[in-house]
Design a protein around this ligand. Structure first.
Ligand SMILES: [Zn+2]
Length: 222
């Protein structure tokens, strides 16, 4: 089962105290999605992955902590506009605001995952167009990470490439997804990553933009 706990935290930016919820423990049974989204029950704990100060709007994994420059960034127009953007669900805006701060701090690897989290929040809220925008943002960020010579998953060759293909596929960027998928297949990754990429290739041919799991890919054995 999942347990949550609440605590009173003092905001790093404004010093006001608020009650915030965190995940105490959870579990994950089953297969992650192709973009790495965990199965239940961890899947449903996402609302506690990011905190928001109700006074100043600071969004972070732990609002009692922060980095130099945070205060200036949360006062910027881009941050404020994102925080109140009516085109996205509230939780997605929180992840995207957190991503703006991480980008400002130069943590571009962390930006990718936060934008992916935002796409999941949009999926859950049933807002397809904003989910697509979050996937396009995260795909662009992931390419930026790659171009900088970094990786989200340095220990697992090909996983970043497979996630990029899934982001593009689910955003409906079929041609780009196909081209990135072919490039990745040519790298000759492990059976697991290779199986996922073969499955992605098939989904792209069918213009399938739905979520699928890694288990499905491996069962298919295409
Ligand atoms: Zn605050």
């Amino acid at each position: 089962m999942t347990t949550f706990y609440s605590e009173e935290l003092e905001c790093y930016v404004c010093g006001k105290t608020s009650t915030q919820t965190s995940v105490g423990s959870t579990n994950a049974f089953g297969s992650p999605d192709l973009d790495g989204r965990p199965p239940e029950m961890q899947r449903s704990t996402m609302g506690a992955w990011v905190q928001r100060c109700p006074s100043c709007g600071y969004c972070s994994a732990d609002i009692s902590e922060g980095k130099p420059g945070t205060r200036e960034l949360i006062e910027s127009d881009s941050y404020k506009n994102q925080l109140g953007d009516p085109g996205y669900p509230k939780l997605a805006n929180m992840f995207l605001c957190f991503s703006i701060l991480e980008e400002g701090a130069g943590n571009i690897v962390s930006v990718v995952q936060l934008q992916i989290n935002a796409s999941w929040a949009c999926d859950d809220a049933g807002t397809g167009s904003s989910a697509r925008e979050c996937r396009l943002k995260s795909a662009a960020s992931l390419e930026k990470v790659r171009d900088s010579g970094m990786k989200m998953h340095p220990e697992e060759p090909g996983v970043d490439e497979a996630i990029l293909v899934d982001l593009l596929r689910r955003a409906g960027q079929h041609e780009k997804a196909r081209s990135r998928c072919r490039e990745a297949l040519e790298q000759g990754y492990t059976d697991t990553v290779g199986g996922v990429l073969e499955f992605e290739n098939e989904l792209i041919s069918q213009q399938d933009v739905a979520p699928h799991t890694i288990a499905e890919a491996l069962e298919k054995g295409v």
